[in-house]
Design a protein around this ligand. Structure first.
Ligand code: ARG
Length: 468
């Protein structure tokens, strides 16, 4: 027999695995990144076993020391993690036994890889969610600084990608800030729900040893233990939640990428991306392409796909554990890596882009204040529906004369309605339009400044919480 004879489960087998099967079955190629979590779990497990007399104090010491050594060997890349070792759990155990001898074989008492992998994933997710949240905080800070800096800049707001009403660039920016805030809440909530310690579930029926689960939870920094061993080894909803939160997050970023890509075209020229976040063309010397933003938009495909992949794996799986569950890791890890990369690049691209605020202001077309003109007549006492019709006709005549709405003289205005007076002119400029929207959540100066203040308070409360 070859390497396969070394498998801890080989006792029941006559023949070794086919090599294609061995490769197919192995998860070590991608679950190696769980090694820190796995070893942390083993330390806690060893201490819990010592508490119930399965390990003596000396055995515990030797095992803990050896686990430190295994961790250092993996961290430095000195330990070869070959496919015949199957997965990270068996690889760590195999090396442990090599170091301490037979006594290492006691560590797996009352434990299964089923509760072990659930533990490792929850520990890994906790770190990942923390990092994701920090990335969101950094982006939110950049957005606040940007919104503050550009509070006076006006831009055309769009519906159907047609100019609709003028808004502050800051107001537009804060829209993303609040979307991200809900995203962060989703990651926090997912980490909070995953904060339950599964060890002691064994294969699925619960360990036959009276292991102190509350002790394990506090050793590993969990606030509670999982309440049902079958549930604990069967579900992967914690990974699904992270991936769903990531899908919604990248969907948000992708829409802003789309706007910025359009804005960086020569037709719009509202913004220019920094060289550091653009690339050139191999053929057309003049090109400066917004590849950073296009890739963020493009990566949404894989993040959505990863969520779909795991949802599909889970659907219809009989309880409790089946090897199908091993397929949870690659999509999850890929989502974690992608989201962190995306947050970093998007944040950098936004922070370093130049806004051509004059261009944005000039781009406001001659009819973008039409709603304000209708509102003017409402203030003179007409019902909005009627003012809408009147202004619609004025827009038509302005367009046919090639003029802006604010260029129409009183005589022309009176041809549609005699309630217009000289003060109409000042109510038609874009500044007046935005500043009439001072209600909470509106695009007026004070309203946007209040949003920015609110955002700052939120972030500083958060920093205090993580530091305190
Ligand atoms: N590598 C496995 C996984 O990722 C660990 C659990 C194996 N359990 C088992 N009963 N074969 O799911």
């Amino acid at each position: 027999m070859g390497e396969s004879a070394k498998k801890p489960w080989s006792g029941r087998f006559d023949k070794p695995s086919e090599s294609a099967m061995e490769q197919f079955n192995a998860s070590i190629g991608f679950d190696r990144r769980l090694y820190r979590a796995d070893i942390a779990g083993s330390r806690a497990q060893a201490k819990a076993l010592a508490k119930i007399g399965v390990l003596t104090a000396q055995e515990l010491d030797r095992i803990l020391q050896a686990l430190d050594q295994v961790e250092a060997e993996i961290a430095s890349g000195r330990l070869a993690l070959a496919a015949h070792l199957e997965d990270i759990h068996m690889a760590v155990e195999a090396r442990l036994i090599e170091i301490v001898g037979e006594v290492g074989g006691k560590l797996h008492t009352g434990r299964s890889r089923n509760d072990q992998v659930a533990l490792d994933e929850r520990l890994y997710l906790r770190e990942a969610a923390r990092e994701t949240a920090a990335g969101i905080d950094r982006l939110q800070t950049v957005l606040l600084d940007f919104a503050e800096r550009h509070i006076d800049a006006l831009m055309p707001g769009y519906t159907h990608l047609q100019q609709a009403q003028p808004v502050r660039l800051s107001h537009y920016t804060m829209a993303l800030f609040w979307m991200l805030d809900r995203d962060r809440g989703r990651f926090d909530a997912c980490a909070e729900r995953a904060d339950a310690m599964p060890l002691g579930s064994g294969a699925f029926a619960g360990s036959a040893y009276p292991i102190d689960r509350e002790f394990l939870a506090s050793e590993l920094g969990f606030s509670r233990i999982t309440p049902n061993s079958i549930d604990a080894v069967s579900d992967r909803d914690y990974l699904l939640e992270y991936m769903a939160a990531a899908a919604i997050l990248i969907g948000h970023l992708s829409r802003f990428c789309e706007d910025l890509i359009v804005w960086s075209s020569s037709e719009f020229r509202f913004i220019e991306l920094a060289d550091a976040y653009s690339t050139g063309s191999s053929m057309m010397p003049q090109k400066k392409n917004p590849d950073s933003l296009e890739l963020v938009r493009g990566k949404s495909g894989r993040v959505y796909g990863n969520l779909m992949a795991l949802l599909t794996v889970m659907k219809g799986l009989p309880l409790t554990y089946s090897k199908d569950l091993q397929e949870d890791k690659e999509p999850f890890f890929d989502t974690v890596d992608t989201v962190h990369q995306v947050l970093e690049v998007f944040t950098g691209a936004w922070r370093t882009m130049t806004v051509l605020t004059d261009r944005m202001r000039e781009a406001l077309d001659g009819t973008v204040v039409a709603t304000d003109l209708a509102d003017y007549l409402v203030r003179k006492g007409l019902p909005f529906r009627e003012t809408h019709r009147i202004v619609g006709r004025l827009v038509r005549s302005a367009l046919s004369q090639g003029r802006r709405l604010d260029e129409l003289d009183l005589r022309t205005l009176h041809s549609e309605c005699d309630l217009f007076e000289a003060d109409v002119a000042e109510s038609l400029c874009a500044e007046a339009s935005v500043n009439r929207r001072e209600l909470d959540g509106g695009t007026g100066y004070e309203a946007v400044a209040a949003q920015i203040r609110g955002g700052r308070q939120l972030l500083s409360r958060r920093t205090r919480r993580t530091e305190g």
